[in-house]
Design a protein around this ligand. Structure first.
Ligand code: NAD
Length: 350
């Protein structure tokens, strides 16, 4: 059994903890939190050993009547791998602790790519993480884009991807985030960081991204245009994407018009926390137009322009990727085996 520790038990950490606990080849040895709150209470209620992430704050847990199993270093020492799900920038501060205990570490998308040996997406570059000591599971948006662009690149070749990301202002629990009544180009300058972040997975991919922030909490939505080398039909693209386990093609007959109904659907299906681990691509939106050949090249170079809309559940799409990254760094399974095991254990596939 692979012994897994989670340091940082918030939005991402608690979901990864639950996912790890469901894997047949993994044991959750504990979770570390900075302070007692409802999430700490829930961790204890679930039977997860709880560790204090900051030694000086340990008395706060005693005062709240919550038993802690020890300090975070003890947890890191006991683990084969640690998943750092702390807020952006804290992972970088924790890196030396993981090195001192010789424990490989996974970080999240809020950390800089420079912090790690390799940035990770299971569909994009699983094998590159094998044996690495420091791996970054890329952000929710980059994960969603990588899952989509990988099969398109393999099947048709990508000349250029252009993506506008309509981003939720904050997660439902982030009461201090906004905007609450505005539509913000964010960042105003181009490209947004998402395109360069996709290049940490696919260094040669030509991609431009633009970002907006809107008063929403449920999901991100991507407006995607991919200029393909080949010229498939829309139906062929649909079939290609339908074969990918972490892409859910939203059928027209479901009458799902946005993130609200997608989340409702996930809750109806009994998904924990209403999570949607898969990209949600509106099947009807998949459209292919004739491409335009670059100047001086014949019609054969014209390719095609693909358009589609996809929604990304920011709180959960990186969860299966973290589980796969655990196996990848330890060389415990190849990509296909790991993805199949993770998908089966979580119940991925809507
Ligand atoms: P969060 O604030 O919900 O959770 C972080 C947790 O870490 C909190 O419980 C916090 O108390 C705890 N923490 C703070 N300092 C700590 C320390 N020194 N040691 C241990 N724990 C500490 O944040 P989140 O949304 O889960 O984000 C975590 C990471 O995941 C970030 O890098 C973020 O960019 C990335 N990410 C977030 C989302 C999202 O939509 N929420 C999606 C993908 C990736």
């Amino acid at each position: 059994m692979i012994k897994v520790a989670i340091n940082g038990y918030g939005t991402i950490g608690k979901r990864v903890a639950d996912a790890v606990a469901l894997q047949p080849d993994m044991e959750l040895v504990g979770v570390a939190k900075t302070r007692p709150n409802f999430e700490a209470e829930t961790a204890v209620a679930k039977g997860y050993p709880l560790y204090a992430a900051v030694e000086e704050r340990r008395p706060q847990f005693d005062e709240a009547g919550i038993d802690v199993a020890g300090g975070v270093e003890k947890l890191v020492d006991a683990a084969d791998v640690v998943v750092d799900a702390c807020p952006s920038g804290i992972g970088a501060e924790n890196r030396s602790m993981y090195e001192e205990h010789d424990t490989p570490a996974l970080y999240q998308g809020g950390e800089s790519a420079d912090l790690v040996d390799v940035s990770f997406n299971a569909r994009g570059n699983y094998s590159e993480a094998e044996g690495a000591d420091h791996v970054r599971v890329v952000s929710c948006n980059t994960t969603g884009l990588s899952r989509l662009l990988a099969p398109l690149q393999e099947a048709y070749g990508v000349q250029k991807a252009r993506v506008t990301l309509v981003r939720r202002g904050g997660d439902p629990g982030q009461t201090g985030r906004g905007p609450i009544d505005d539509i913000l180009p964010n960042p105003v300058t181009l490209p947004s960081h998402h395109g360069p972040d996709v290049n940490t997975i696919f260094p040669d991919l030509n991609i431009d991204t633009l970002g907006l922030k809107v008063p929403a909490t449920l999901m991100h939505t991507h407006s995607v245009n991919v200029q393909l080398d080949a010229a498939p039909t829309a139906e062929e693209v649909r079939d290609l994407l339908a074969d990918e386990s972490r892409l859910f093609l939203v059928p027209a007959s479901y009458d799902i018009d946005g993130a609200g109904k997608l989340k409702e659907f996930a809750m109806d299906r009994g998904r924990p926390r209403g999570d949607i681990w898969e990209n949600c691509i509106w099947e009807e939106s998949i459209t292919v137009e004739d491409g335009v050949a670059p100047a001086g090249q014949g019609d054969a170079a014209a390719g095609a322009d693909l358009y589609l809309f996809q929604a990304i559940h920011q709180e959960s799409d990186v969860v299966p990727e973290n589980v796969d990254a655990i196996r990848a760094v330890l060389g415990a399974a190849d990509a296909d085996e790991s993805v199949a095991t993770t998908d089966e254990a979580l119940g991925i596939g809507l």
